[in-house]
Ligand binder design. Sequence first.
Ligand code: SAH
Length: 245
Amino acid sequence: MNPENIEIVLVHTTHSGNIGGVARAMKNMGLTRLTLVAPLEYPAPEANWRAASAADVLETARVVSTLDEAIAECQFVVGTSARDRRIPWPLQDARGCAERVAARSVQERVAILFGREDRGLLNEELQRCNLHCHIPTHEGYSSLNLAMAVQIVAYELRMLALSDKTGLAEDVDWDTPFSTSADMARFYAHLEETLVEIGFLNPEAPRQLMPRLNRLFNRVRLDEMELNILRGILTETQKASRRSK
Ligand code: SAH
């Protein structure tokens, strides 16, 4: 496991105290890389109070305005969620998720996303992810406090670091780097554009086609070479379709 490659990303946090609580939970467990996507109020004294001796994590935190910016360079993205969503996605509990994250982090940049206090992560944000993580709470009340959710995931990573059982990823010796989130976003835009052009996707009634294709490619994960091949196929498809029109 390489904690330097593990980024905790808080999306649109409302209560700045929670940001401090997250920083503390991270430092306690040996994580230091924190990114804040458009926090409502930050910097804020409540964040510093709650961080206690983890002020350094806050000081080095990256503040960005969009999720795209936060995860652009990441090759493996995990989204945490208190609820089931419309389309099922590959799902793990905190322990299973920590195993995957620890293994990927040896060679890849990994992000773990945590959502808003009131609404969690939006569907379109969860669809950016390779894996979803649900902490199995009691059925009666599934929503944990944000910092406590981070604490649990960070603790599972800590336990793996201590046992040095960071697990070998099945693709650790892959010959080509895996695509980043930014490259995948460009690919999805190109795919959508092409599907509209050839009449396969009706923009008036898109239904769940793009989320399903997102899920497909995020599940297999494309390396850079595979992504280039598919981009090439899309470009030629567009040319052929324009010629025939
Ligand atoms: N009402 C929101 C809950 C938000 S809690 C919802 O329905 O999604 C704030 C954040 O804490 C969530 O976005 C998620 O990142 C994390 N979290 C809370 N409970 C969780 C759980 N049981 N499993 C995984 N993450 C959880």
